[in-house]
Design a protein. Structure first.
Length: 131
């Protein structure tokens, strides 16, 4: 009989792998809600900015004989606007109480010299275009 017949062979056993505890879905849901809130906030901020910037949200007039020559904000909801109707220019007050004609101009306003904004000049200079 062989000498090793009465013994059992010992095989080294690797320890069982340790896994991280299963995470709950609360972390994933919280991250998704935060991302959704960020996107909605960005949309609202861009809509607010588009409302405040002249010419961004404006559509072209359906009647070419009617156009806004210029406007000046007097407060958060009040403006003075010069509107050209045909050959006549009207000075209008626009506010929460409605629109009122303040004056009919005998002579049209002189055309304002269109100078680019400092930001537009900086962009043109950066991209090598002359303004």
């Amino acid at each position: 009989m062989p000498a090793s017949a009465g013994r059992t062979a010992s095989v080294p056993v690797a320890p069982a792998p340790v896994f991280a505890p299963a995470s709950s879905g609360a972390g994933a849901v919280g991250g998704g809600v935060m991302a959704l809130m960020l996107v909605v906030g960005l949309i609202l901020a861009l809509a607010w900015l588009a409302k405040r910037m002249p010419g961004v949200g404006a559509t072209t007039a359906s009647n070419p004989a009617l156009r806004v020559v210029g406007s000046l904000a007097l407060g958060p909801r009040e403006r003075v606007v010069v509107v050209e109707v045909g050959q006549t220019q009207l000075l209008l007050s626009v506010g929460a109480g409605g629109t009122r004609t303040l004056h009919t101009l005998e002579e049209p306003l002189p055309a304002a010299a269109t100078t680019p904004s400092p930001f537009a000049s900086l962009l043109a200079q950066h991209f090598g275009k002359k303004s």
